[in-house]
Design a protein around this ligand. Structure first.
Ligand code: NDP
Ligand code: 1BO
Length: 325
């Protein structure tokens, strides 16, 4: 997509399906709050919600969706709902069980997009924080991904997920998948914002027409130890003032102009609204170039999957296959 702001409200994926560019993130949207956020978002015009089994709030998201359907605010087919297979359900059979739990909680017949959440196989029942014996090391990451992806392909065939993809995959892991994938992932959902552009990964994904869906598009959460808050960066403030926009809107608009979909999370009604208002202005090429000069830092390094004794990943660099932290 050109950096001149010619961004549409939908992205066409490599299977021809159209995904709304802005989606509401639901990670760390607490029970008791997430339903209201989904309700406000959909009433305010969002048509894309990003969920996951491991966010442990899908039932409340589902209740909110049912209410919206019953009140006639939207129909199921108007929405794009993504969810993610959790790490303790990898393998040839388990993905179907995880999907069924998600569909039951969301109270839906199908997902629009189902992603392998992390290239990290865990033993049953584990999420985080890091605990001894949580890692499933019965097969290599490559074998685990192959088995799991083949199950995902069957899920796509069944129609219970209309598109399938991955999340937190390096270019190396995507390349490994190309040896056996009958269905090329439609999406790789990864961290992306002006301080973590993902240039190399983006270039690789382009060669296979895999869409980059940007998580943490406001760059406001991290395990890197870096204390910079992207939204407090003077450059984003300066650019925002020029357009009468907030730093959050500048960061999201940057993502949209890069060709990403963006998944901002908020449980505050005013911010939910603010984060959707990124289609009615464009950053100039000059501003895009200024943003390109920002120092690069992966905020979510995945250190919770790094362990000296149990994990395949002995250091954060291993998880990303040396493609940068
Ligand atoms: P975001 O970049 O969306 O930032 C969320 C934070 O920013 C929250 O603290 C929120 O607070 C605050 N915020 C939201 N809007 C504004 C605003 N307009 N101005 C100022 N602050 C704002 O980070 P996330 O890490 O939550 O990522 C977004 C979504 O991406 C997740 O919710 C999840 O759906 C997905 N994700 C996926 C991952 C994966 O492994 N696949 C990993 C991480 C995220 P408040 O709620 O109080 O407004
Ligand atoms: C472990 C972080 C997951 C957020 O999607």
């Amino acid at each position: 997509m050109a950096s001149n702001g010619s961004a549409s409200s939908h992205i066409t994926l490599n299977n021809g399906r159209q995904m709304p560019v802005v989606g509401l993130g639901t990670w760390q949207a607490a029970p008791g709050v997430v339903g209201a956020a989904v309700d406000a978002a959909v009433r305010g015009g969002y048509r894309h919600i990003d969920c996951a089994y491991a966010y442990f709030n899908e039932k409340e998201v589902g209740d909110a969706l049912q209410k919206l359907f019953k009140e006639g605010v939207v129909k199921r087919e108007d929405l794009w709902i993504t969810s993610k297979l959790w790490n303790d359900h990898h393998g040839p059979e388990e993905p179907f069980k995880c999907l069924e739990t998600t569909l039951t909680n969301l109270q839906l017949e199908y997902l629009d997009l189902y992603l392998i959440h992390w290239p990290v196989p865990l033993n049953k029942g584990y999420t985080w924080p890091l605990q001894p014996h949580m890692f499933d090391t019965t097969r290599s990451i490559k074998e685990d991904t192959k088995e799991t992806w083949q199950a995902m392909e069957k899920i796509a065939e069944s129609g219970k997920a209309r598109s399938i993809g991955v999340s937190n995959f390096s270019a190396k892991k995507l390349e490994d998948m190309m040896e056996y994938a009958k269905v090329v992932p439609a999406v790789n959902q990864v961290e992306c914002h002006p301080m973590w552009r993902q240039d190399k990964l983006r270039a690789y994904m382009k060669t296979h027409n895999i869409h980059l869906s940007a998580y943490s598009p406001l760059g406001t959460w991290g395990t890197s130890g870096v204390k910079i808050n992207l939204l407090d960066h003077p450059l984003l403030t300066k650019i925002g003032e020029k357009y009468g926009r907030t730093p959050a809107q500048v960061s999201l608009r940057w993502g949209v102009q890069m060709g990403n979909s963006v998944l901002p999370k908020s449980t505050k009604a005013e911010r939910v609204k603010e984060n959707l208002q990124v289609s009615d202005f464009s950053l100039s090429d000059e501003d895009m170039s200024e943003l390109e000069k920002l120092e690069q830092t992966r905020f979510l390094q995945g250190t919770f999957w790094v362990n000296d004794s149990g994990s395949f990943y002995k250091k954060a660099e291993d998880l990303w296959d040396g493609e940068g932290i």
